[in-house]
Design a protein around this ligand. Structure first.
Ligand SMILES: [Zn+2]
Length: 338
């Protein structure tokens, strides 16, 4: 059985707007779609956003967001920890209902550079205990904000192991990104659907062994040229027909910044998400899935409820329906991997 992990980073945008209502609404629609197709999803919860909602006295928002996360678990989905340290010192302005934060505190290593290793470790531990306090369970899989794990890898891996994490899912093979506050190079990572890592080998190589290791489940990337051109055309036609007979909503732009960080250079293989669904995502999704699963036994898709547009819900539903019809494919969470 080949496993499909559909992971969603549950968070608001990095632009400071306090869009928790949109997050709740989009996620609620996603949960409805997943329920009707009996699909299991994984949500990486931006835990420090909840901590900040609570601390800043936004009780209703905090309670509603927390309630939704608990509901995910009740409906059989998996919740795991997503860590964006820029929230630690974020301040909320009531009048404009917006957040201000220091963008240099974006990553774990950014925190180390600014406040030192011990402070960064202690902040992480606090975030991890908040996850347990709010949701009553421990997280077994970790995803770093912005997939920013390049620097201070040994410290971060040590911290995850100390907190009994089993999986990391912060690597996107082939990713190279350079911006004002972020610099990632995941291009040297193994092109596999999982590998073992330890403090010494780091996130991007596979030499880990023994009991003190993490299993890496990378975010799926696929090279576009691996898809047969005829299949692309057929998929495109199929989508159009679906649109005619099922009243697919039109694609339209919504507010919200598509790129959260000021990335100046970026090059990576195509990553399939439902974010801001565009035609490329739509027509190729199923074929990417097949191409990927032909070579790997696990597919891990990354997406964001915040970025779903009207057609995204429609397409996601179609995709789940398609997976259900494929013999040998099944939805899974990290805790279902062995
Ligand atoms: Zn994030």
């Amino acid at each position: 059985m080949k496993k499909i992990l559909l992971t969603f980073d549950y968070e608001i945008y990095f632009d400071g707007a306090n869009h928790f209502n949109k997050l709740i609404e989009h996620t609620s629609r996603l949960l409805d779609v997943a329920f009707s197709r009996k699909a299991k999803l994984v949500f990486f919860i931006d835990i420090l956003y909840l901590v900040k909602l609570e601390e800043s006295g936004q009780t209703d928002a905090f309670e509603n967001v927390k309630k939704q996360v608990l509901q995910m678990g009740e409906q059989g989905h998996e919740i795991q920890l997503h860590y964006h340290p820029h929230w630690i010192n974020a301040k909320h302005d009531r009048e404009t209902d917006s957040w201000t934060f220091d963008r240099t505190e974006y990553s774990f290593s950014g925190m180390i550079e600014k406040y030192g290793t011990q402070a960064a470790i202690s902040q992480f531990n606090t975030a991890n205990s908040k996850f347990i306090e709010y949701f009553g369970i421990s997280s077994s899989a970790f995803r770093a904000g912005g997939l920013s794990i390049q620097n201070n890898q040994d410290t971060l891996i040590g911290l995850l192991l100390d907190n009994r994490y089993i999986y990391d899912s912060s690597v996107m093979p082939g990713l190279r990104m350079k911006g004002k506050y972020i610099e990632n190079d995941h291009s040297g990572s193994p092109g596999k659907s999982g590998w073992l890592i330890d403090k010494k080998s780091g996130f991007f190589s596979e030499t880990g062994s023994g009991p003190q290791v993490l299993r890496e489940i990378p975010v799926m990337t696929v090279k576009a040229h691996t898809i047969n051109p005829l299949k692309r055309v057929l998929a495109s036609l199929e989508y159009r027909l679906n649109g005619i007979f099922s009243k697919a909503p039109p694609i339209r732009k919504e507010s919200g910044k598509p790129i959260d960080l000021e990335v100046k250079e970026s090059s990576y293989p195509l990553t399939i998400t439902f974010d801001k669904s565009n035609l490329r995502d739509i027509i190729l999704l199923k074929h990417y899935s097949i191409a990927y699963l032909e070579r790997n036994d696990i597919m891990c898709m990354l997406s964001h409820p915040k970025s779903f547009l009207e057609p995204s819900f429609f397409l996601f539903d179609k995709y789940l329906k398609w997976v259900n019809k494929q013999p040998g494919l099944s939805f899974a969470g990290f805790n279902d991997l062995n």
